[in-house]
Design a binder for this molecule. Structure first.
Ligand SMILES: [Zn+2]
Ligand SMILES: [Zn+2]
Length: 102
């Protein structure tokens, strides 16, 4: 898969893990506590049957890493998505994917 993940700040990567790291660096959260007061972090992907899962510690389950990215961004970014560097960070692909899921 060669899908590039884009951030509104200009950052782009084809690696979903790097993309998540980018947001977590932009929106540092004390103890992984999001703006809603709950703990958000990527849970272990390993399952007993070996099927990868993409879950957040808050209980949110995503279909893929891009969707999980969007969830973490919303949890930590707040309403304006302005990171500590003063730049707006919005996951272009992830938010589109997240909004397409009912
Ligand atoms: Zn969460
Ligand atoms: Zn960014």
């Amino acid at each position: 898969m060669n899908t590039f993940l884009h951030c509104s700040c200009g950052y782009a990567t084809s690696d979903a893990d790097d993309h998540t790291d980018h947001y977590l660096a932009a929106f540092p959260a004390e103890g992984d506590i999001g703006t809603d007061g709950r703990v958000h972090a990527e849970a272990a992907r390993d399952t007993p049957d070996g099927t990868p899962q993409y879950r957040c510690l808050c209980g949110y389950a995503a279909d893929d890493l891009a969707e999980l990215d969007g969830h973490l961004l919303l949890a930590f970014g707040g309403d304006d998505h302005i990171g500590r560097d003063g730049v707006r960070h919005v996951a272009v692909n992830a938010l589109a994917a997240a909004s397409g899921v009912a």
